[in-house]
Design a protein around this ligand. Structure first.
Ligand code: UDX
Length: 442
């Protein structure tokens, strides 16, 4: 099938475009930025995702993917359009639908001239009601045509995790495929694209599909804040949260693989944005989202636990060199949106510490965020050698290797992600961690 991806130069759009092209579809990847479009056509991925570059080059070689700034032409030549534009938060946390509206106008104008049936599928994360109350009216107004008659509309949320986006899209066994449809004809056409994908399909209403995305992310974010709250209580009690978590997982109703790893909090471009947007939408509808607000409140404060712990062990950090290990919001990505590292670095700086940062892939973004306020180290050993103390903020596998701490000056480690086993450290270290019982002296 011929497919156009609007917002195709973004994180979700580029992933969707490359994956569908590799499934044999002809994909028009639509972006507004000429330079980004040109980079994609030259096989240069704009985001850091495992396997993306290879799949992009394959798709270009097979002439199955064309990046373009011409939305009208892309809609004209395709049967289905995926809307994958960004829906960032407004100042007050509510969702910003400006790009959704813009894409709907552009697609509507293109449909006005187009013969034949076309399905518009919203894949961006939008608050429940957006597709029905904003996208469809704008499409109808600018096309002069009728949704459900002259063109179809679907809402198919994405469940992509950063660092695993290609895998999550191509192998939806663990996430399923959700298709919200205005009518059966729309859903059936869209379903043809997902034929051969191994994942249970749920066909539902547009509003349910929109809400499923929010409910999932809010549920997972709530689990993280629950884990962090229990870990903070364990710490005060002098018990180890990791042991408590093992005991919780023995209950088959809880089980393993839940989002119960306590740490310095959740970040990224999804959890914070989506939970804030759902809170705002709930309040607008006069529903008190108490649990969602509590999950955000716990998460708001969690990064500062790491600062409290390093002051507890090292004493005053003023004038001391603290190495922050990891700045990405999680391993496997260079993304620092809402990353806990930002709060931790700024808090250490405001306490008068001299901060060095190291991250295997996110240093570029770190430099854009911290500027000349911190020192940047290209190797973790160098960051540690001159440090009085360090804080593990992102659970990159290399930070779990005890040998990298061997030449540390100050020998104080705060493990914000519980990835290091203090028993494996050489003598002379003081180790503390989130949800950990007491300071360990090795
Ligand atoms: C998430 C959802 O998992 C995905 O389905 C959705 O499509 C987009 O949002 P992502 O934001 O990429 O994906 O990251 P994820 O792996 O879910 O982690 C989210 C945040 O929670 C990260 O900051 C991570 O460090 C944190 N986290 C996760 C914890 O602190 N503890 C956990 O146990 C799990």
């Amino acid at each position: 099938m011929n497919i156009s991806v609007v917002g195709g130069t973004g994180y979700v759009g580029l992933t969707v475009a490359v994956c569908l092209a590799n499934k044999g579809h002809l994909v028009f990847c639509v972006g507004r930025n000429e330079e980004k479009v040109s980079k994609i056509n030259r096989g240069i991925p704009l985001i850091y995702e495992e396997n993306l570059e290879k799949l992009l080059k394959d798709a270009l070689e097979k002439k199955k993917l064309v990046a373009t700034t011409n939305l009208k032409d892309a809609v004209e030549k395709s049967d289905v359009s995926f809307v994958c534009v960004g829906t960032q938060s407004m100042e007050d946390g509510s969702i910003n639908l400006r790009q959704i509206e813009g894409a709907s106008v552009g697609i509507g104008e293109a449909l006005r001239e187009k013969e034949g049936y076309h399905v518009v599928t919203v894949k961006s994360t939008v608050v429940p009601g957006t597709t029905k109350d904003l996208v469809i009216p704008v499409l109808e107004r600018f096309s002069g045509k009728k949704a459900g008659v002259d063109f179809g509309v679907c809402m198919a949320p994405e469940f992509l995790r950063e660092g695993r986006a290609i895998n999550d899209f191509l192998f939806p066994k663990d996430t399923g495929i959700v298709i919200g449809e205005l009518d059966a004809r729309s859903g059936s056409l869209l379903l043809r694209i997902f034929k051969g994908f191994d994942g249970e399909v749920l066909r539902t209403s547009l509003g349910c599909a929109e809400m499923i995305k929010y409910a999932r992310n809010a549920y997972l974010a709530k689990d993280v804040s629950f884990a962090n709250e229990i870990a903070n209580i364990c710490q005060k009690m002098g018990v180890d949260y990791l042991e408590v978590k093992k005991g919780m997982e023995l209950d088959s109703r809880i089980g393993k693989g839940r989002f119960l790893d306590a740490g310095v909090g959740f970040g990224g471009s999804c959890f914070p944005k989506d939970v804030h947007a759902l809170v705002k939408k709930s309040v607008q509808m006069d529903v008190k989202p108490r649990m969602l607000e509590a999950a955000l409140k716990v998460n708001e404060e969690q990064p500062f636990i790491a600062v409290k712990l390093i002051k507890q062990v090292l004493g005053d950090v003023k004038g001391k060199r603290i190495a922050v290990l990891g700045t990405a919001f999680k391993p496997g990505t260079d993304d620092m949106r809402e990353a806990p590292s930002i709060k931790i670095v700024n808090a250490l700086l405001s306490e008068g510490a001299e901060v060095s940062v190291y991250d295997p892939v996110a240093l570029g973004n770190a430099k854009r965020i911290f500027g000349d306020k911190v020192l940047y180290e290209e190797r973790v050993e160098k960051a540690l050698n001159k440090a009085d103390g360090c804080v593990i903020v992102t659970e990159w596998a290399e930070f779990a290797e005890p040998s990298i701490y061997g030449n540390m000056q100050g020998k104080v480690i705060i493990d914000g992600r519980r990835i290091l086993n203090p028993k494996k450290l050489p003598p002379g270290f003081r180790y503390h961690a989130v949800g950990f019982s007491n300071v360990v002296e090795t």
